[in-house]
Write a protein that binds this ligand. Structure first.
Ligand SMILES: Cc1cc2nc3c(=O)[nH]c(=O)nc-3n(C[C@H](O)[C@H](O)[C@H](O)COP(=O)(O)OP(=O)(O)OC[C@H]3O[C@@H](n4cnc5c(N)ncnc54)[C@H](O)[C@@H]3O)c2cc1C
Length: 413
């Protein structure tokens, strides 16, 4: 019997376990390890603070999504011993493997910024990247009477890099709909030089900030937070005061990755960006947010990477060369408030461009343009996630990014 162990039963781990169970011969056992049995639909955390979802809308038991023939082990992972081919769990058990897939994602780490996780945490400082954080923020927003609301990104990369932008747009709409927008000063603080990493989208999103009267503080690397004066202080000694801070803390891969000597300085696993194979160990792969590939950390990336990965993995275990090359394809809906949204579609080499998606001429979704259809697409995605994507079923869109339907920069009159 050959043993495949997958660490993490989140988006990437679940999807790939299901796809591989269909295609790997039965002589292979597949074991997936996660610390708990509840799968969280993380994109819903954006809408929860504004009353869009309740926690029970976003949680379902993990085992319901794993095919027969995939074993789920519930335990905290302690470390991997790549030389021995074993994974130690904190409860004393250990699992041997022939092939290992690390899919333990990335998580917010407020402890990495001095002053963040201290007295004001969940009083005037909130995050929305965790379920607890999103619920606490919802409760605070419900009774908040206004003041200076700062939306903050501590450091890149973060998962879903558009989520804090969306939060700022939704906050603007939320306070306007409650008739209190003039009581709220909205400020967006980022270590980037603009709202987004890529120039065309960054210019477009920047003009959306201006039209909504959201001020921007770019190139801001937080050094510490002063919880007494409620001030963000940057490495170059700039200060941004706040009444309410909604922060995306430093995001990091799992600590066991570092303990196992498998990670970079943020605990991400260095891999070949086209095959997702560890650069140090040929029988280890990293999928989803856990790897160091220079793509967005997003569920869509995990999904687009999965098709080629499965084909490569089958070749790999049969001793054939891996011929599929992941292109870094990502797409993200960007909620912009008042029932509208944008969509961006890009890869390692091509930045988000205007146009239509997924089909040339017909769309029906528009790229880099605020439409109702994009907002409805984002809402509908939750059902696709639970029923198609996680179960490893094929989606009706190509895995590789296509230029069909896109307008290259300068093509517009
Ligand atoms: C607010 C928000 C909005 C988002 N919106 C979007 C969106 O609109 N579109 C999009 O594509 N993506 C979005 N994302 C990102 C998306 O959710 C992630 O990129 C995706 O879930 C990554 O999948 P993953 O499998 O790599 O990690 P995860 O799904 O996070 O799974 C990792 C798993 O590993 C487990 N684990 C970690 N460490 C250990 C350990 N030591 N022991 C045992 N188990 C462990 C965890 O319990 C978890 O189940 C959003 C994320 C957030 C936070």
């Amino acid at each position: 019997m050959k043993r495949l162990v997958i660490l993490g039963a989140g988006t990437a781990g679940t999807m790939v376990a299901n796809k591989l169970r269909r295609r790997l011969p039965r002589e292979w056992s597949i074991t997936v390890v996660d610390r708990d049995d509840m799968h969280l639909y993380q994109p819903g955390l954006l809408l929860l603070p504004f009353g869009g979802y309740e926690p029970h809308d976003l949680l379902k038991p993990r085992d319901r999504f794993l095919r027969d023939g995939v074993d789920l082990v519930l335990a905290e992972i302690d470390r991997v011993d790549p030389e021995a081919g074993r994974v130690a769990l904190t409860d004393g058990r250990s699992l041997g493997y022939d092939e290992l897939i690390i899919a333990t994602g990335t998580a917010p780490r407020p402890d990495q910024t001095p002053g963040m996780a201290e007295g004001e945490w969940r009083r005037s400082i909130f995050d929305f990247f965790t379920l607890d954080g999103a619920v606490a923020l919802r409760d605070r927003l419900a009774s908040w009477e206004g003041g200076r609301l700062v939306v903050h990104v501590a450091e890149m990369p973060i998962k879903c890099p558009v989520a804090p932008l969306e939060f700022a747009f939704l906050a603007d709409a939320f306070f306007e709909e409650r008739g209190m927008r003039e009581k709220v000063e909205l400020v967006y603080v980022t270590p980037l030089e603009g709202p987004f990493t890529k120039p065309v989208a960054s210019a477009h999103l920047g003009s959306m900030f201006e039209s909504r009267d959201i001020a921007m503080e770019p190139d801001f690397y937080v050094e510490h937070i002063d919880p007494v004066t409620r001030t963000l202080v940057s490495m170059d000694e700039r200060e941004v005061p706040f009444d309410l801070l909604v922060t995306v803390p430093v995001n990091m891969g799992a600590d066991f990755v570092a303990r196992s000597g498998l990670g970079d300085e943020l605990n991400y696993v260095p891999v070949d960006k086209h095959t997702l194979q560890s650069r140090a160990h040929p029988n280890i792969f990293a999928l989803g947010d856990a790897s160091d590939i220079p793509a967005s950390k997003a569920g869509s990336v995990a999904h687009f990477a999965a098709e080629g990965f499965v084909a490569n993995f089958l070749d790999h275990v049969h001793g054939r060369p891996m011929t599929h090359r992941f292109d870094g394809h990502a797409n993200c809906f960007v909620e912009s408030g008042h029932g509208k949204g944008l969509l961006i579609d890009f890869n390692y080499d091509t930045e988000p461009l205007p146009g239509v998606y997924p089909y040339p001429w017909v769309g029906p979704l528009s790229l880099l343009k605020e439409t109702r259809a994009n907002h409805l697409g984002k809402l509908a995605f939750r059902h696709l996630y639970w029923n198609v994507l996680l179960r490893g079923r094929p989606m009706p869109v190509p895995s590789h990014m296509s230029m069909a339907g896109k307008e290259p920069v300068g093509a517009r009159r």
